[in-house]
Design a protein around this ligand. Sequence first.
Ligand code: GDP
Ligand code: MG
Length: 437
Amino acid sequence: MFESVKKAFGGVFDGLRRKGLLSQGDIDAALAEVRVSLLAADVDYRVVKSFIARTREACLDERVLGSMTPGDQVTKVVYEQLVQELGGPGSKGIAITHIPYRVMLVGLQGSGKTTTLGKLALLLKKEGHYPLLIPGDLGRPAAYQQLQKLAADAGVEFFGEHVDTLEDLLRGADRFAREKSLDVQLLDTQGRHEFDAELMDQLRMVVTMYRPDDTLIVLDSMMGSKAIPLSQSFDKVAPLTGAIFTKFDSPAQGGAVLSFKDSIGKPVRYIGVGEHLQDIEYFVPERHAARIVGYGDMEGLLKRYDDAEHRAKATVIAKKVQTGKFDLYDLRDQLLEIAQVGGINKMLDSLPSNVLPKGAVVDEGIAKKFTAIIDSMTDTERRNPGILNASRKRRVARGAGVDVSDINRMLKQFELFSRMAKMANNRHAGGFGFPGL
Ligand code: GDP
Ligand code: MG
């Protein structure tokens, strides 16, 4: 899967990474190659167009970070855009939010529906659920036995009564599931073609009768870009909530996988990676994006990037200290950042333990209080904290609803902060974005 895109991307980024400085021309030339390789892999041209435009913009927005090569930075940008293209970060398996939960698989004959249903049942069972397999493909007698065998192999329940109509089957299965307290029903359906009006009408009826919580289209990775218009046709009759790409173990181009989220608006949820019952995986955009950009240690690259960004911020502050431009506005920025990153403890984890000065107060509540104090000051006071005499302090304390002693503590912290930023600058380390608060 993705072999040709991977190969083309690999060449582009290797070239970029060898360069010291990238010009706009270098980036455009690289993106032109990326564009060609995506089109060659059968990614929808509209998807390619918006992908390239977004990536180009993101490249332009990048700040130069001293310790990262420009090639690494472009690699990181393209990786992030690919993750978006593949459906955003995190895998998105079905979430069983109520009982009974109903799932059905649709798609062409031979796409892998019945096999995938068995795989999904086993996966859900492993996750602690009690699935029921329902043989809703009444078109082919063999489909019944096929699913029955899969249920036995997976060790899950199967509603095996022979019934004449789909309506009877669904009603019987629902009763069976309730009696046995099974929490998720998985319905197989007959393979149908988008151009077969009669079968598509039938599918509409199945949706009405079954009222699925999830309708997943099963797509053979080998069918290429035709998967997109096919999904669009199915979506009109049986509104899709996602896709499962089967035969991911094949040498397919993967263009449809890259186009799916953008074209259908729903994520790829699982992939089939072989013929065996356990050959199903969650679709993880980060993993595939990393493979496509062909960077061995993407996690390491992202971490280096974070560190570099952190350092760049610290350097800006340190420069301000040196030139005497460091003021309470900067302290306030730091306090807000602490609030944003979700708690001071997380920030602390990223700091070497020895940077925390003695007597540093580490408390989110205090960070909030200090922010309130700074908010109650005039612009002149924030820029020149030295002018805060007793009467000014009393006024600010009233405004912020704190004691004058709190203001003194905040000012002490401000001094400490300035000192540490200066130290960081002298060491050229700048390995922290803020001192202890
Ligand atoms: P259906 O007609 O849509 O129900 O398709 P089936 O479930 O009967 O599968 C058709 C064929 O595809 C079978 O031979 C399966 O073993 C095979 N198949 C399904 N999923 C995968 C997969 O992820 N990888 C591989 N290699 N073969 C698969
Ligand atoms: Mg089948």
